[in-house]
Design a protein around this ligand. Structure first.
Ligand code: SF4
Length: 317
């Protein structure tokens, strides 16, 4: 199947008062049309910053030192700001963690949706209203035409997230980046939003990059998984293979820390992930790894294929 987006060997860091600190180490992943890739790992592991690199929505002190981000055969890192503006929202849309921060409280939700449609589709007047109403209908916002007149505070959290997804739909985005899209929502609404994203993916053949720390969510809602730890990809596999046969000690520890029918006793991963300024030799997981050997403390494990389409970065795999 055609890859629509590819990150190749992305190295990124931050210029700070204490110097340049690397945050991503040779990160590579790709997404196929109509598939969902889940990017999994603890907070601060680099999931979101890699996604923000795709959209070029990085903090000012971030610096990509090498690598490429290929979308439709072209390297997005060579795009100008105005070229990126045409991609962002129209071709690649973001569903953020907290919809509250993405909608302007001073304008109606409809005005904000119509603005997006005007910028990306060039539609105004009745044509734009028709498109906006269709987008609201598609995300199951009832009384769509009336709801367009509401302000964000008149929407519940789940409705706001639906409105954000409607904006992505109205632009016919080819890729959805869903960054912890259900974290701010209660459990029943979470399931509805994930179901909505799944439906869009299937009906429109959209590619989805699902960023989450929630492995239970990933199991039901992704085709492929890349696990990140401290700025590196440590395991990649199809979702079914990953859950049947996790290989990297970090992945195994993550799986053992979520409730399931097979895990009788929940375990915790001792210690904390390193900050970007912390220098760690060898395997970056070694201070927390129960399998750590002497070699792990000095030698960096490379990501290698350990089975069909299954990769792990561990000396023991
Ligand atoms: Fe653990 Fe060593 Fe594998 Fe790192 S390389 S995950 S420290 S066993």
């Amino acid at each position: 199947m055609a890859k629509i987006l590819e990150l190749n060997n992305l190295n990124l860091g931050f210029n700070t008062d204490t110097g340049y600190h690397q945050a991503l180490y040779g990160v590579s992943y790709s997404i196929e049309q109509g598939k969902t890739l889940a990017l999994v790992g603890e907070s601060g592991c680099g999931k979101t910053i890699s996604a923000m690199s795709i959209l070029q929505l990085l903090p000012k002190n971030a610096q990509i030192s090498s690598g490429e981000i290929i979308y439709s055969g072209k390297n997005l890192l060579e795009y100008s700001a105005s070229e990126m503006q045409k991609i962002r929202g129209k071709k690649i849309a973001l569903i953020p963690q907290d919809p509250m921060t993405s909608l302007n409280p001073l304008f109606t939700v409809g005005d904000q949706l119509l603005e997006v449609i005007k910028i990306h589709q060039g539609l105004v007047g009745q044509e734009a209203i028709k498109k906006a109403t269709e987008a609201f209908d598609a995300v199951q916002i009832p009384s769509a035409k009336e709801r367009l007149k509401n302000y964000p505070h008149e929407f519940s959290g789940g409705m706001k997230q639906r409105a954000i997804i409607a904006m992505a739909l109205a632009c016919d985005a080819e890729i959805l980046i869903a960054d912890e899209p259900t974290t701010a929502l209660d459990v029943t609404i979470q399931a509805q939003i994930m179901e909505l994203i799944r439906q869009i993916k299937e009906e429109k053949n959209t590619a989805v990059l699902l960023i989450t720390h929630d492995l239970a969510l990933v199991k039901e809602n992704s085709d492929e998984i890349s696990v990140m730890y401290a700025g590196r990809i440590v395991e990649k596999a199809s979702t079914s293979d990953f859950f049947k046969n996790p290989k990297h000690p970090y992945s195994v520890a993550l799986l053992n820390s979520i409730p399931s029918n097979t895990v009788k006793t929940l375990s915790i991963i001792q210690g904390q992930p390193p900050t970007i300024s912390q220098q760690i030799s060898g395997c970056r997981f070694h201070p927390r790894c129960t399998e750590c050997t002497e070699a792990c403390k000095s030698k960096i494990p490379q990501l290698k294929e350990i089975g069909p389409n299954h990769f792990s970065a561990c000396h023991l795999c």
